[in-house]
Design a protein around this ligand. Structure first.
Ligand code: PMT
Length: 407
């Protein structure tokens, strides 16, 4: 693989030299980009000597106008020519820039222009790492598909003990190396995915909804795209950026979600319904805000269309994957839903346990197949859970194709 290694300004910058070596030993070509702050900790000459390439240091050259012009567009060329962008050490400042889309130096500009794999290895003081601002930035980047190689616990350069030390360069190199064997087992498939909640209005200012953040569905959409599928994502209202290079249709209500799904159903070969669709809606929404009174308020709600069940009725040879969010009797409820909605596979998760399910970055699921098999995944990051779900889908797809060929 062709790897761009971004080196941030932290005491761990010297370990990036070891990372260059480890990547080279795995057969990867490395181009180093240093921030100005990184140069306070290590000389570009070290990386130039190791890689045999000029280290990229600034967005604008201080030399001739011609050089300035060529370096001003260099970040686009570098972005296009490389398969992976790794940043080690990724400082709190770099994480914040990436998370918020600031582009005031070569590395942050390169990050925005980069469409390949991104691996970030943070390193900083433990209090900085644990600060909610840093954790929010990391969660944002993770949700966008960046791989985070978590810092290790231990003695830090500042004298404190805690998480913040750059991960072992060999472990970072292994994480980058794994990207090179990215499966492309969904090439030729068109995957239609629903994600997030729906909002059902009660009046012009109120609605019925649920706690779905969309993280699970977005992680599956991004993983499916990485594995070569064409992806269409139908999303309820969430606070996540639309994934790059994925057709994303924003909807609000169950009716709107149904319409968007039905419009894209024909082209889909795999349908994954991870959205938490509201089961009830108010069919008559008053034009004016409901007034508060001293008496009890009753609102009549009607069932929403069951999109999954409707697809199940006429799915043909499409592979249909449902989800089940349960608070008890997980497997029995999941099996009942899989059969009644005619799904080929159903992903079941408990949604009353802390740290998994709704809103969290992590999940734990049971993946049920029509054949009766149950695969367990997690507890793990939703990105990893997404990969496990797609592994099961790809395997089932293969066995169905093989059965078709035999018939
Ligand atoms: O979004 P996150 O915060 O990351 O959380 C992820 C998740 C918990 C929402 C997700 O993993 C999950 O479980 N999604 C399904 C939630 C759900 O609505 O489950 P259900 O058991 O109520 O519905 C069963 C299936 O029918 C689901 O595939 C659902 O999309 C579908 N359905 C339900 C009702 C309806 N009117 N139409 C539907 O298509």
């Amino acid at each position: 693989m062709r790897v761009v290694l971004g080196v941030g300004g932290g005491i761990a910058a010297y370990k990036s030299a070891e990372l260059v070596r480890a990547l080279q030993q795995q057969g990867h070509a490395v181009q180093v980009v240093m921030t100005q702050a990184a140069r306070q900790f290590i000389q570009p000459l070290t990386f130039a000597a190791l890689t045999g390439r000029k280290v990229i240091e600034g967005l604008f050259s201080e030399a001739s106008p011609e050089e300035t012009l060529s370096s001003a567009v260099e970040h686009i060329a570098v972005a296009q020519e490389h398969d992976a962008l790794a940043v080690a050490p990724a400082t709190a400042d770099l994480l914040a820039k990436f998370a918020h889309g600031l582009a005031d130096d070569f590395l942050s500009t390169l990050y925005l222009a980069f469409t390949g794999h991104v691996v970030l290895a943070p390193a900083m003081n433990n209090a900085m790492w644990e600060h909610p601002a840093t954790q929010e930035n990391v969660a944002k980047l993770r949700a966008r598909g960046c791989r985070i190689v978590e810092p290790e616990e231990g003695w830090l350069a500042c004298g404190s003990i805690g998480p913040g030390r750059l991960a072992n360069p060999v472990a970072i190199a292994q994480e980058i190396d794994l990207l090179g064997i990215q499966k492309k087992d969904l090439e030729g498939e068109t995957v239609l995915i629903t994600a997030g909640p729906t909002q059902e209005p009660l009046d012009p200012v109120r609605y019925v909804s649920n706690r779905s953040s969309g993280k699970m569905g977005y992680a599956i959409a991004e993983a499916a795209a990485r594995r070569g599928a064409k992806v269409v994502l139908v999303s309820g209202p969430v606070n996540l950026a639309a994934p790059r290079n994925i057709e994303t249709i924003q909807v609000r209500t169950a009716q709107e979600m149904r319409k968007a799904v039905m419009e894209h159903l024909k082209q889909a070969t795999i349908i994954i319904k991870s959205a938490a669709v509201a089961d009830y809606y108010a069919s008559e929404v008053p034009k004016q805000k409901l007034k508060k009174t001293a008496t009890r308020l009753s609102i009549e709600l009607d069932p929403t269309p069951d999109i999954l069940a409707e697809i199940g009725q006429s799915k043909g040879d499409r592979l249909l994957v449902g989800f089940a969010a349960e608070t008890q009797n997980l497997i029995e409820e999941a099996r009942r839903k899989m059969n009644s909605k005619k799904c080929d596979m159903l992903v079941a998760n408990y949604v009353n346990q802390d740290g998994i399910g709704f809103e969290s970055d992590r999940n734990e699921v049971e993946i049920l197949s029509r054949s009766g098999e149950i695969a367990h995944a997690g507890p793990a990051d939703k990105i990893e859970i997404a990969e496990k779900i797609l592994d099961q889908i790809a395997t089932l797809r293969l066995s169905l194709h093989a059965a078709d060929a035999r018939a």
